[in-house]
Design a protein around this ligand. Structure first.
Ligand SMILES: Cc1cc2nc3c(=O)[nH]c(=O)nc-3n(C[C@H](O)[C@H](O)[C@H](O)COP(=O)(O)OP(=O)(O)OC[C@H]3O[C@@H](n4cnc5c(N)ncnc54)[C@H](O)[C@@H]3O)c2cc1C
Length: 440
């Protein structure tokens, strides 16, 4: 339980909130996968039990492979049960930036992969009958400054001209049709994106993978991965597994077991609060079309309604991976930000506050492939719900000798001198981005 000072009618009062993910707290519990005996030998060991690892395991098991998923905490414990549940088209870089950097042909490949990723989530949810509130309610990018409207217009035109893809500009005068606030200067709506309950989704994926024959293990931290004649010896605190293939699906939590990946992934904290449930009429007034919303700041806010009509409001309030202190401090900052946008929410206390770790990369693109023989997919930034599901499945296809799509094929996976996984430079980056939000 944490304490937060909230203002109501000018008066300050202390209120408590639960320091845990709303989603993890409101999804049906998974059975425990701890204490199960480890296989001595298997075809594939998957390190990490989030969307990437479970989607790979589901596909591999369906293709007939023996697969063991090893998770150091509990299945789904990482970002996959803590995120905003926004299943978005596109990537961390805007489509304009991608086109400028890589050319239109390559940009089309990346754009189409993001659409395929979204459809992969929809297909898995349907085929596996995962009850996770999946709804194609669309997303809106909201202009935080008048100058940002031009950027939204450029994206809209580019998508139509080069990608044959329709989005809709919302002028300021009509923003109330999309958001119950006058804070933003315009918006760009993409109807294809979706929302879901992230913890129900990850737990549903786990159940589906298990039904298909994958072996899941909680509390099984991988400490070392050693090359062996016919593959790898994967050493855990609970024993060693010999395997032909390994998938590193550890994203923002990548550690010393895969040092070659650890020095390429920047762990970045992102934080969310959820209010107590709103009067349903007020919830519909604030976010009428149930869109997933994010804004155009570098230090962006992202927000939505939960299926039970809370406002779920996130941002990079502190850069460092979550600790109880950063969660409490971020809850305070995020609530202030939320009330500026939706003052009517003042009457509804914060019910939950939590944080999670994103995996960022130095070029801000995800990466997938093989390093020292270990398969990996990671670095999704805040765009991992769809892409992690997709790349997990694609890695499984690759291992099973099937056709696979790696939209990031051929892109070097950069690192930085003096970086070994501890992001000492983040305070400088934070200052830089705050400065950009101030001047641009
Ligand atoms: C607060 C927040 C909000 C976000 N919002 C969105 C959003 O709205 N939309 C979106 O698309 N994306 C969002 N993301 C990003 C998205 O959640 C992630 O990209 C996605 O969940 C990554 O899935 P994953 O399986 O690769 O990694 P994770 O779910 O993080 O799983 C990695 C797992 O690996 C385990 N692990 C690490 N090392 C070891 C080891 N040595 N041995 C065993 N296990 C190990 C960890 O314990 C962890 O459970 C958000 C992320 C955060 C943190």
């Amino acid at each position: 339980m944490g304490w937060l000072t909230q203002r109501r009618g000018g008066a300050e009062r202390n209120m408590s909130f639960q320091e845990k993910s709303l989603w993890a707290a409101t999804a049906p519990e998974l059975e425990s996968f701890a204490d199960r005996p480890l296989a001595e030998r298997t075809d594939v060991v998957v390190v990490g039990g989030g969307y990437t690892g479970l989607s790979a395991a589901l596909r591999l098991a369906k293709l007939g492979a023996r697969v063991s998923v090893l998770e150091q905490e509990t299945i789904g414990w990482g970002a996959s049960s803590r995120n905003g549940g926004m299943v978005l088209t596109g990537h961390k870089h805007g489509i304009g930036e991608i086109t400028q950097a890589l050319g239109v042909t390559r940009a089309r490949e990346l754009w189409n992969a993001s659409l395929a990723a979204l459809e992969t989530v929809a297909t898995i949810v349907q085929e596996e009958a995962i009850d996770c509130d999946f709804a194609r309610s669309g997303h809106m990018d909201a202009a935080y400054k008048p100058a940002h409207v031009k950027g939204l217009e450029a994206t809209h035109e580019l998508l139509e001209r080069e990608f044959d893809y329709a989005t809709r500009l919302v002028p300021r005068a009509r923003m109330r049709e999309e958001l119950g606030t006058d804070v933003y200067y315009g918006g760009l709506v993409d109807e294809r994106s979706a929302g879901l309950h992230p913890a129900k989704y990850v737990r549903g994926l786990a159940s589906a993978a298990q039904r298909a024959g994958a072996e899941l293990h909680d509390e099984t931290a991988v400490m070392e991965i050693e090359k062996a004649d016919d593959g790898f010896r994967v050493k855990t605190a609970r024993g060693t597994i010999v395997t032909r293939n390994v998938i590193a699906a550890t994203n923002g939590y990548t550690g010393r077991a895969t040092p070659q990946l650890q020095k390429r992934i920047i762990p970045l904290g992102s934080y969310i609060i959820a209010t107590e449930p709103l009067d349903p009429q007020l919830a519909r007034k604030l976010i009428p079309n149930n869109r997933m919303i994010f804004d155009t700041k570098n230090f962006l806010y992202y927000f939505r309604r939960s299926p039970d009509d809370r406002i779920v409001f996130g941002g990079r309030a502190a850069f460092f991976p979550a600790t109880p202190d950063t969660v409490r401090e971020s809850a305070h900052i995020l609530r202030k930000g939320m009330l500026k946008i939706f003052p009517e929410v003042t009457a509804y206390p914060t019910g939950y506050a939590w944080g999670g770790t994103l995996g960022f990369t130095f070029d801000m693109y995800p990466h997938a492939g093989q390093a020292d023989g270990i398969y990996y997919a990671m670095g999704y930034g805040g765009h991992g719900v769809a892409l992690a599901t997709y790349l997990g499945q694609q890695l499984a296809n690759r291992i099973a000798g099937q056709a696979w799509d790696n939209p990031f094929e051929g892109m070097p996976f950069p690192t930085m001198p003096l970086f070994w996984g501890n992001p000492w430079f983040l305070p400088f980056a934070a200052l830089y981005y705050r400065f950009l939000d101030w001047v641009s």
